[in-house]
Ligand binder design. Structure first.
Ligand code: 3HC
Length: 311
């Protein structure tokens, strides 16, 4: 590459400035951004399924309206992120093909089943809480469109986390059976939520370059630690226990020590062998195929309008 262009890119990154779509950028920077943004978008879209299944079974109109709004937000986050990927030259249809053919990833967390309505609360509390820990630093990512998309997403994510925690608070003030449902959901979702942050830093092939390019601002382990430190007091206030016997406050570190997630489980789920990977991808494929006629009609209509405009 032209040394001057490389120099300008390096100065922009070093100065914590933003790289914009029309700026020159190393091919590797473009490629890793398309990789991460596409998989982030896929996560939002697949993430609509676990909770979407409960919209028709919400216990009240208020809960139904809240859950409907949240799932709709996730769709919007996905579209935002596909648009950010398109500013790098990616093609949205191609990205969807890669997702449904299993050639691109989405977050492991969405391959776990939702057993009952307490899961909807715990997903809001843990999964959207983890997403906040992960996405707030991304608001300072070096690629402009991605960072700006994150600002909007984070505002909605805090509503998602708050509604989940409030749902659980309500259940904890209910019957013993409801309290048992909340604790059971906490037990099932805690470790998979820690795995959302990715493999440990020593086993994270993308981290070094992503951090050098200021795409990733903190390591997987640092963000996982922040999530644990944020969640422990919330669990105490809620009156549930987190299923980790090694979890305890470490005065020297000023942080919580905690156990080691089962990294072989994360690798299994990432490679497609989680509880519901097949169902989640099949559902996305079916939605894509069932919607083909809408895309064809919209394309035909747009062509007619363009032809009319030329007359
Ligand atoms: N699920 C699926 N794949 C994962 C994963 C997970 N939890 N954690 C890591 N991986 C994959 C990575 O994509 C990478 O594979 P690839 O090279 O084929 O893409 C491989 O495992 C090694 O991981 P690395 O740590 O080297 O990869 P990254 O540097 O990309 O770090 C990441 C992984 C922290 C997820 C990072 O990509 C990231 O911050 N992505 C943006 C945020 C995101 O995607 N969040 C998904 C959660 S869903 C969400 O936030 C929506 C909310 O509404 C709930």
């Amino acid at each position: 590459a032209d040394p001057q262009l490389q120099q300008r890119f390096d100065t922009t990154i070093a100065g914590n400035q933003r790289i914009e779509p029309r700026d020159w950028m190393p091919d590797g920077y473009r490629r890793t951004l398309i990789r991460q943004i596409a998989q982030h978008a896929h996560s939002e879209i697949i993430g609509m399924q676990p909770e979407g299944e409960w919209i028709s079974r919400a216990p009240s109109l208020r809960r139904k309206a809240i859950l409907f709004a949240k799932v709709q937000d996730e769709a919007g986050h996905g579209l935002y992120l596909y648009s950010a990927a398109e500013t790098l030259g990616a093609d949205r249809a191609d990205l969807t093909e890669r997702l449904i053919e299993g050639r691109q990833k989405y977050s492991s967390i969405f391959n776990y089943p939702t057993a009952n309505y307490a899961d909807v609360g715990v997903i809001g509390w843990f999964v959207d809480g983890a997403a906040i820990c992960n996405q707030v630093p991304l608001c300072r990512s070096s690629y402009g469109p991605y960072a700006r998309a994150m600002v909007r997403v984070c505002k909605e994510e805090s509503f998602h986390q708050r509604q989940g925690y409030e749902l659980l608070m309500t259940m904890m003030r209910g019957t013993d059976a409801q309290r048992a449902m909340v604790q059971d959901a906490v037990d099932r979702w805690w470790w998979p939520s820690l795995m959302m942050f990715g493999p440990p830093d020593g086993d994270s092939p993308n981290s070094a370059r992503s951090m050098a390019w200021k795409i990733k601002r903190h390591s997987n382990d640092e963000l996982r630690q922040r999530f644990v430190d944020m969640t422990v007091p919330q669990a105490e206030r809620l009156g549930v226990t987190l299923p980790d016997p090694e979890l305890c406050w470490n005065e020297q570190r000023g942080r919580h020590d905690f156990g080691t997630p089962d990294w072989s489980e994360l690798q299994r789920v990432i490679s497609g062998d989680g509880p519901l990977n097949t169902e989640r991808v099949a559902r996305r494929r079916a939605a894509h195929e069932d919607g083909a006629w809408v895309r064809e009609a919209a394309t035909a209509h747009a062509a007619k309008q363009a032809a009319r405009a030329r007359q």
